[in-house]
Write a protein that binds this ligand. Structure first.
Ligand SMILES: CC(C)(COP(=O)(O)OP(=O)(O)OC[C@H]1O[C@@H](n2cnc3c(N)ncnc32)[C@H](O)[C@@H]1OP(=O)(O)O)[C@@H](O)C(=O)NCCC(=O)NCCS
Length: 158
């Protein structure tokens, strides 16, 4: 019986339409179409995706590229109706846990310099800017910030 509390689980093929719909809503300039989601979910074990599933809908999702010593966050998002309740943090913690369990020493990700909510999530989580890609996001000439955190014991959370 469903308790109504969102739960984390592996993303599955039947999530693809919901993932593509949410992605189109949240990343209007570079959303992944269903074909990309199919390819990403199939690219195991290199890629790993999780969803935060509510009783009726996908509330959030996140994914990793396992590249050995460094794992890269491919995507991370929470639906507007679920924001500000700690779910972004839950998803990021889960990705870090999965990266650590596969032997990664650090996690890297890329974020728009004008994305204040995401920057707050990452910076409070111990991520630091290691590089700026000037005017990477178009349209709009928005810089990309490359962030990194160490997964070593005692590192991380500010
Ligand atoms: C970024 C995002 C995932 C955050 O999800 P969320 O569930 O609202 O975040 P949480 O409630 O877990 O908050 C996590 C931290 O970020 C901070 N934060 C979240 N939204 C914020 C906002 N609008 N302004 C300032 N800080 C914010 C919180 O204060 C919290 O900090 P704390 O843990 O130190 O208290 C969500 O806004 C989102 O999906 N945005 C659109 C997609 C996106 O930009 N993804 C990131 C791509 S790199």
């Amino acid at each position: 019986m469903s308790t109504g509390t969102p739960a984390l689980r592996e993303a599955r093929w039947f999530d693809v339409p919901a993932l593509a719909d949410l992605d189109a809503e949240l990343f209007p300039h570079d959303a992944w179409p269903e074909s990309t989601w199919w390819a990403e979910l199939a690219a195991r074990p290199r890629r790993e995706y999780v969803v935060l599933a509510g009783p009726r809908a996908v509330l959030g999702y996140g994914g990793l590229d396992h590249g050995g010593e460094v794992a890269d966050v491919m995507t991370l998002a929470v639906a507007p109706s679920g924001r500000g309740r700690g779910w972004g943090r839950v998803l990021l913690d889960e990705l870090e846990r999965r990266a650590r369990s596969r032997g990664a020493a650090s996690v890297m990700l890329e974020v728009r310099a004008d994305n204040a909510p995401a920057l707050a999530l990452y910076e409070h989580g111990g991520y630091a800017v290691v590089r700026t890609r000037s005017r990477y996001y178009q349209p709009g000439d928005v810089d990309a910030l490359v962030l990194r955190t160490s997964l070593a014991e005692g590192a991380g959370r500010a």
